[in-house]
Ligand binder design. Structure first.
Ligand SMILES: [Zn+2]
Length: 472
């Protein structure tokens, strides 16, 4: 049987192992080849504020995996769902703060529409492809209600004080993904000791809406209007778009507990399945300049700030530079996001842009060593080393096609000519000032990047001039 194994190996948080990836549709002989799909779900943003660089990381990481899956299984062979959470108490608070003159529902619509639009602009600049589907929570309330009713009917959830709660002791292996002890879970969930809970680790599936909060008819025979808890959204939306069990579920490390643990509990108990997803993948944390990012630390960097303002490192950064800087660290490792890293990424893109041919390339030309590295759990340092090697060896097309597979095109990032002219002018100033050492340093740096300088005299004026050409 064709198990769908195409050399791809991924680290599964559930087993803590790197495993050969075998998509579910290929395990089922009843599904025709043409109908087989790899199905991936990634938790998307809650739309109440600008996305920060920590939010950008899973978008970029799973965009690379999406591109790689499309390369391996064909563009029509992959379904990628990434949700938008547009019902949340943070959204309600922001709406009341920003639009006090509007009715709450109207204010909420303003906040979610504006934030979602900004999010799409930001991540398009980072080179992220749109997912196949982008479900919104408010458009899936019926599916959430149906799932909650099923959980109550199966004895996994109960009604208390107009809430519906999932009863974690009803699931014997609750906590398998995070491998936490009960005490850890109680601490990690920052459990509010609510009198209506049967067990401290029970979590909310549905809660009542009061005082003009957005509300929908409730499940489980509750008369009052209510709204869903966060975890149930992803369980319901992934079921609607990918089915009760699918291939890959991704997100940031911070979502393992409680969010993903609770998604698993809801989906498995509602569907009576052994798993929600075959492979669980998590990207590492993002720090900024060595510290945890926080508004109070003054190092809270949004994608929008990086693209459009000079607050970080005194300049604007092209999306291409941000993408490369995020991708150069392996997705499972923590990143320390620094100005120095962005400068390094900008220099690399500059060099690659100079060495790249023009025109578009066939992805089949991509350097095979890069593909081999990426299929090994997205081993990016090996992939970028192979790209450098391909450029060094004059295989610029293989290198550029591989970069394009990663969603990068160095030619978009850099205006090569401008940068070289700026540095040549700086060198001529140094020569005039007889600062030979620094002038030579610029010449040597350019040479390292494949640019040869030729000094001469302008025949008309007798002034010193410098021209440049690419080293072959
Ligand atoms: Zn989720």
């Amino acid at each position: 049987m064709d198990e769908g194994y195409r050399g791809l190996r991924l680290t599964n948080t559930m087993t803590r192992q790197k495993e050969a990836f075998r998509p579910l549709d290929w395990q089922d002989g009843a599904i025709a080849d043409a109908d087989r799909r790899v199905r991936m779900y990634v938790c998307g943003p809650t739309v109440y504020d600008y996305a920060h660089i920590g939010n950008a990381r899973p978008i970029v990481v799973f965009d690379v995996l999406f591109r790689l899956l499309r390369h391996i299984y064909g563009a029509d062979g992959v379904v990628y769902a990434r949700n938008i959470t547009d019902v949340d108490d943070k959204i309600n608070e922001r709406a009341a703060r920003d639009f006090p003159e509007l009715a709450l529902n109207e204010a909420i619509a303003r906040v979610t529409a504006g934030t979602a639009e900004q999010f799409h602009r930001d991540i398009a600049a980072l080179g992220a492809l749109p997912p196949t589907v982008e479900p919104r929570a408010t458009e899936h309330i019926d599916a959430m209600r149906a799932m909650i009713d099923r959980l109550v009917a199966r004895g996994n959830a109960y009604v208390a004080d107009d809430h519906v709660l999932f009863h974690t002791p009803s699931m014997p292996d609750y906590g398998r993904l995070s491998r936490r002890s009960l005490d850890d879970m109680i601490a990690g969930a920052r459990v509010e000791v609510a009198s209506y809970k049967k067990d401290p680790t029970d979590f909310v599936l549905w809660k009542p809406s009061r005082d003009g909060q957005p509300g929908w008819p409730s499940p489980a025979g509750i008369g009052a209007l209510g709204r869903p808890g966060w975890h149930i959204e992803c369980s319901a939306m992934s079921e609607v778009h990918l089915g009760p069990v699918f291939d890959i579920h991704g997100g940031g490390l911070d979502l393992i507990f409680p969010h993903h643990e609770n998604e698993i509990a809801q989906s498995r108990c509602a569907h009576g399945t052994e798993a929600m997803a075959q492979v669980w993948m998590h990207n590492g944390f993002v720090q900024v300049e060595g510290r945890k990012m926080a508004k109070s630390e003054g190092n809270f960097v949004t994608i929008h700030d990086l693209l459009e303002s000079e607050v970080f490192g005194g300049r604007k950064w092209p999306g291409e530079v941000l993408r490369l800087a995020l991708l150069k660290t392996h997705y499972r490792e923590p990143i320390d996001f620094t100005v120095a890293k962005l400068e390094e990424a900008a220099r690399e893109l500059d060099r690659w842009a100079r060495l790249s041919p023009s025109g578009s390339l066939d992805p089949a030309q991509a350097d095979t060593a890069v593909l081999e590295a990426l299929t090994d759990d997205l081993a990016v340092s090996e992939a970028f080393a192979a790209i450098h090697r391909a450029y060094d060896e004059g295989r610029a097309e293989a290198a550029l096609a591989a970069l394009q597979l990663l969603g990068l095109d160095p030619r978009r990032a850099a205006d090569v000519g401008d940068d070289v002219h700026r540095r040549i002018a700086a060198r001529l100033d140094l020569i005039k000032a007889k600062n030979w050492a620094d002038a030579d340093r610029i010449r040597d740096e350019l040479a390292e990047e494949g640019i040869l300088l030729k000094d001469g005299k302008d025949p008309a004026t007798g002034e010193r001039i410098t021209t440049w050409e690419l080293k072959r």
